[in-house]
Design a protein around this ligand. Sequence first.
Ligand code: SAM
Length: 264
Amino acid sequence: MNSAKEISAENIYFELQAYWGITKHMGGLKATDELLALCHITPDKYVLVVGCGIGLTSSYMAKKYRCRVLGVDISAKMIEWSRKRARKAGVTDRAEFMLADVQDLPFNDNLFDAVISESVTAFPPDKERAVSEYVRVVKPGGYVGLNECAWLKKPPPELDEYMSRTTGGHFFTTDGWRELLAGAGLRDMIVRSYKINALSQWLYEVRQFDANAFFRAWYILLSQYTRSSDFRRIIKDTYLAGLSLKIFHQFFQYLGYGIFIGQK
Ligand SMILES: C[S@@+](CC[C@H](N)C(=O)[O-])C[C@H]1O[C@@H](n2cnc3c(N)ncnc32)[C@H](O)[C@@H]1O
C-alpha cells in the first residue's frame, strides 16, 4: 500500500484513483455504448483503448462486443487493475494491456480499427501530439472516438483554475475539442454534448464498481486523512483551497461532457 508521502500534490488525482482501483468517465456505460456504436465496433475489430485506467471499458467491450482490445495507460498500477479485471471477466484471450504514453504510442501506423479515449485526452500536456498519435495508429477509414469533459460555455477563470488544479487536466469547450480532432486530419466529425447529471452519474458509478471497491476507497481516504498530516496538507492545498458553494454550483452549470468521433 502506498504511503501518503508517495501520493504527491502534483499527481494526487491519478495516484488516488490507482491506489483505490477506481477510474471513471462521464455518462458511465451508457456513454460507452454510444461511443462504441458510433465507432462501429463489431467482433472482428481491433481496438486501442488509450488511458484504459482500471480496464472497465476494455473488459466490457471484449465481453459484450467480442472485439480484440489493447488497453494502454501511463500508470503501472492501472495496468495491474486492468489485467486483474480481464482475468475476472474471462476475456484474457481478447484483452491485453501495456504501459504507454498517449503522446508517444509504441505502435506501427494504421494498426487499429478504432482508438477510444474516455476522459483521458484532457490530461497529457501535449494534446495535439496525443490526438495525432491516435490518428497515426488507426487504419484509413477507422474511427477515433473521444468522451471528454467539455465546457458547455466559457467558464469563469476561478472554476477553470480549480478544475485544472484538482485534476491536472485542461478541458476545452465542445468547439475546442472538435477543432483539435479536425486539426489532426479527422473527417465526418460527429459531436454530441451533454450536461452532467449528478444523480445519474453517481448511480452509474455505484453500479460500475462493486460495493467493496466503493467502501474500500472511502475507508482509505478517511484513514489516510486521519493518520497523515502530509496527506491532510495535500488535500487542503489541492482540493479544499478555493472550494466554495459557488464553485460547486458553477461546476454543473458550465461543465458537461462530449462525445467526439472522427474518421481517418
Ligand atoms: C480519468 S481516468 C479514466 C480512465 C478510463 N478511461 C475510464 O474511463 O475509467 C484517466 C486515465 O488516463 C491515464 N493517463 C493520463 N495521462 C496519460 C498519458 N499521457 N498516457 C496514457 N495514459 C494516461 C491515467 O493514468 C488514468 O488511468
